[in-house]
Design a protein around this ligand. Structure first.
Ligand code: GA4
Length: 341
């Protein structure tokens, strides 16, 4: 096992719900994309099967492309609330504050959500920045670079899975109508729970340290970049939470989405995760969600099936899956509604 396990010391007295939760430190594999290709593809497959999460370094996304996007993101979130509201509400694209989706989910986060289609980016940018051209270029440049990275990883996955057509997965993201998204998250610091209870600022709303509640990503692949503030946690099994360190700072964190779990007939895992807020520092993250086109058919390639492992999921279109996603709560499991009985 390449994961080093250490039981972590829990810093705060846990609430009743958290009492049932165990925290454990596990180092996610850090995969150097400049390594020998067949080795790299094996490591990616192994991590996707075991954890559904891994980090990549030497990923080819230029530092300045990341920095320009981070700076623009920071500039937006530093604006007064009334100005930010002009880019909202997220419906689903645009600015959102604390409300997530349309079914009453709530988190200690503010965010910008974009469709990655250049036309849509251009429209949304107009409401976001005093210099929409600069903002649009930052988003387009970032999206293009992370899409390329996502496609490279999907090709390495297909090679590692020995699927003859190694572009079957990446083609979903290369489609002009791909429904991929970009999400910029801003988690302002929140004092520790004990302090909040003492201050008793909002007696009707119990204080929470959850920035973005537990969920799986519906799409194919997520490419996440964050500043150096911790907060992401993954849940490889029920009741167990593993904090993901934000190091090394040059890495991207990659995770398998529901659609990829279905495309690999359950071999790769779409793992539940959440983001916690920090007590003293602001966390910023940028997530690219690589998705198929609405009419794309999600079905496992026959090479991944065997008499012992028949179809786990019925074929479905991305549109169908997206509708199922948006009609439910953030933390609901959606993929099992598509399971073959
Ligand atoms: C989780 C992953 C992405 O952030 C997201 C989220 C989306 C939203 O914020 O609009 C959803 C959530 C996410 C899954 C369930 C539904 C839809 C909020 C929600 C309650 C953009 C996505 O694609 O699905």
């Amino acid at each position: 096992c390449f994961f080093h396990m250490v039981v972590a010391h829990q810093p705060c007295p846990p609430s009743s719900r958290q009492e049932k939760e165990k925290l454990r430190d596990i180092e996610l594999p850090i995969i150097d994309l400049l390594g020998e290709r067949s080795e790299v593809s094996k490591l990616i497959v192994k991590a996707s099967e075991n954890f559904g999460f891994f980090k990549v370094i030497n990923h080819g996304v230029p530092e300045h492309v990341i920095k320009v996007m981070e700076d623009e993101s920071y500039r937006f979130f530093s604006k007064p609330a009334s100005e930010k509201q002009r880019a909202g509400p997220a419906n689903p694209y645009g600015y959102g504050c604390k409300n997530i989706g349309f079914n009453g989910d709530y988190g200690e986060v503010e965010y910008l959500l974009f469709h990655t289609n250049p036309l849509s980016i251009s429209q949304t940018s107009k409401t976001i920045s005093n210099d929409p051209t600069l903002f649009r270029c930052a988003v387009n440049g970032y999206v293009e670079a992370v899409r390329e990275l996502a496609c490279e990883i999907l090709e390495l996955m297909a090679e590692g899975l020995r699927v003859p057509d190694t572009s079957v997965l990446s083609n979903f993201l290369k489609d002009y109508d791909s429904d991929s998204l970009l999400r910029l998250n801003h988690y302002p610091p929140l004092p520790p729970l004990q302090l909040l209870q003492l201050l008793n600022t909002s007696p009707n709303q119990p204080p929470s340290r959850i920035g973005f509640g537990e969920h799986t990503d519906p799409q194919i692949l997520t490419i996440l970049r964050s500043n150096d503030v911790a907060g992401l946690q993954i849940s490889p099994q029920e009741g167990l939470w593993v904090p993901v360190s934000p190091h090394p700072s040059t890495a991207f964190c990659v995770n398998v989405g529901d659609a990829l779990q279905a495309l690999t007939n359950g071999r790769f895992l779409s793992v539940r995760h959440r983001a916690m807020v920090n007590s003293c520092r602001t966390r910023m993250s940028m997530a690219y969600f690589g998705a198929p086109a609405p009419n794309a058919r999600i079905a496992c390639p026959p090479e991944l099936l065997s008499p012992q492992i028949p179809y786990l999921y019925r074929p479905f279109t991305w549109d169908e899956y997206k509708k199922a996603t948006y009609s439910r709560k953030l933390g609901d499991t959606r993929l099992h509604f598509f399971r073959v009985q």
